[in-house]
Design a protein around this ligand. Structure first.
Ligand code: NAI
Ligand code: MG
Length: 498
């Protein structure tokens, strides 16, 4: 018997009546992925040893076990990657017939689909997210992005009529750890479709699916140097930003680093798009279908452990339905299954890193100290690994840190309102403006709210829905520029009038 089966059996013995309905473990096979002991940098179509000579260990956050040794690229490594990207741009890639470029993108999309199980398992292993999400959301959406932008590759003149769209050159792309493969797809697919070449850096805690993607690039026989992947921490990112041979920077991550990048790039003429943090309002009116809304609240904040820039982290409930909503919400929270990311029944997986867990713990502590009321469902957490119980705070004042700052964890702050005007005023009372949710039966109210909410993406009677055809991006400190859709293409083309 495995350890977990023994555990289930032990619990069943102790209390047969209450555990009779326990889920049996349903672990996804881990051995479908082959993880190398160590990785180099993917430059010019092959893995090369880092000139820095430095490596660090990447781990499985659910078990705190090492998975592999990954390169920490330095300035010389970044320079090498940018040169390879420039060579590929000046060489074959920018001169290729657009319909040929499209074929490569279609090929990548199909290979991602064929190898989806491998990618899903690796994403969950290295990042801690539940396999259900990596399998059903991250990987299919990543493939969908390549399919979508493949379709645009030979239609740029139709996307931007009479403006002579052309590629920009070398794009430097820096991505975070919450959706490692999906963010890679968001960055690489439109860049390649428009005829650019890229140097991409995955986040330090989640490099493995990006390194597996290099294998897809080789399988698709993409010309060497079109896609280069350099691993490392923020220092590597800063080298990409500062490199004079990079024509465009695309960044997704913290507002703090986004601001630093913007300062570095001021006056250089390099193009920039920033997708930063958020503190979204999820607004429930008293005519909303309450059971669906509760599902939307749960999905809005506990999806991907709340490591979501557009998470519905501030819940606004109309006063007349406050009690009923909170009662239903707490009941639903008690059914959430927290634990092994590779178990197919898991709803909430591991926190991505120790640092992120510490940030969540300290913000939650501040919520208690400032006077909010905390609720956590009973929940047995694994002994090793980084975990945080799904949490809801009621009695929250707008001034509390938990109502102001991005927690980026499974923590919801509940506030109330009486009128639509009050909801708008409170929802917009944030330095961010990435997303929002509105739950109501009235179509006219949805449109009226959407017009007045200062947020880039607004969901109505749903939450956290994504589609490659739909542009995504923020207002204010959530950044600028859009990813996805035709808008996402615009960031990667030079035009006569821009
Ligand atoms: P971060 O912004 O430091 O990291 C994101 C990416 O930027 C990583 O690839 C990192 O290596 C790189 N980076 C770090 N410093 C850099 C620099 N000076 N120049 C260029 N690249 C640099 O975010 P971190 O520290 O992982 O998380 C801190 C907080 O940021 C989170 O708690 C969350 O609130 C927010 N965040 C928001 C994300 C979003 O999707 N909007 C994603 C990740 C974090
Ligand atoms: Mg950081």
């Amino acid at each position: 018997m495995t350890e977990r089966k023994q555990d289930v059996a032990r619990r069943a013995e102790k209390s047969p009546l209450t555990t009779a309905w326990d889920y049996a473990p349903a672990p996804e096979a881990r051995d479908i992925v082959h993880i190398q002991e160590r990785y180099g940098l993917f430059i010019g179509g092959k893995f090369v040893e880092p000139l820095s000579g430095e490596r660090y260990t990447t781990i499985d956050p659910a078990r705190e076990e090492p998975l592999s040794e990954v390169a920490q690229a330095n300035k010389a490594d970044v320079n090498r990657a940018v040169k390879a990207a420039r060579g590929a741009f000046d060489g074959p890639w920018s001169k290729l017939r657009p319909s040929e470029r499209a074929k490569y993108l279609f090929r990548i999309a199909r290979i991602l689909q064929e190898r989806s199980r491998e990618f899903a398992v690796l994403e969950s292993l290295n990042g801690g997210k539940p396999i259900r999400e990596s399998r059903d959301v991250d990987v299919p959406l990543a493939a969908a992005h390549f399919f979508y932008y493949a379709g645009w590759a030979d239609k740029l003149e139709y996307a931007f009529p009479n403006r002579r769209p052309r590629p920009i050159g070398v794009a430097g792309q820096i991505i975070p750890w919450n959706f490692p493969l999906l963010m890679l797809a968001w960055k690489i697919a439109p860049a390649l479709a428009a005829g650019n070449t890229v140097v991409l850096k995955p986040a330090e805690t989640t490099p493995l699916t990006a390194l597996l993607f290099c294998d897809v690039v080789r399988q698709a026989e993409l010309p060497p140097g079109v896609v280069n992947i350099v691993t490392g921490d923020g220092r590597t990112g800063a080298e990409i930003v500062a490199h004079p041979g990079v024509d465009k920077i695309a960044f997704t991550g913290s507002t703090e680093v986004g601001k630093a990048i913007q300062r570095t790039l001021a006056g250089t003429g390099k193009r920039l798009t920033l997708e930063l943090g958020g503190k979204a309002a999820n607004i429930i009116f008293d005519d909303a279908p309450l059971d669906q809304a509760v599902e939307g609240i749960i999905n809005g904040i506990y999806f991907n452990q709340g490591h979501v820039c557009c998470a519905g982290s501030r819940l606004f409930v109309q006063e007349s339905i406050y009690e009923a909503t909170i009662a239903k919400l707490k009941r639903r929270m008690r059914t959430l299954r927290v634990g092994d990311p590779l178990d197919k029944n898991t709803d909430v997986g591991a926190i991505n890193s120790k640092a992120q867990l510490e940030k969540i713990v300290s913000l939650v502590r501040s919520g208690v100290e400032e006077g909010a009321e905390l609720y956590q469902p009973p929940c047995k957490l694994p002994e090793r690994g980084y975990w945080f119980v799904p949490t809801v705070f009621t009695n929250v004042a707008q001034s509390y840190r938990i109502a102001q700052e991005e927690i980026f964890g499974p923590v919801l702050s509940v506030l109330t309102f009486r009128t639509p005007d009050e909801a708008i005023e409170k929802a917009n009372n944030t330095p961010y403006g990435l997303s929002a949710g509105v739950w109501t039966e009235k179509g006219s109210r949805i449109l009226a709210m959407a017009q007045r909410l200062r947020a880039g993406v607004i969901w109505a009677n749903t939450y956290n829905r994504f589609d490659p055809a739909s542009p995504f991006g923020g207002y204010k400190e959530s950044g600028f520029g859009r990813e996805g859709g035709r808008h996402g293409l615009e960031a990667y083309v030079a035009m006569d009038d821009a």
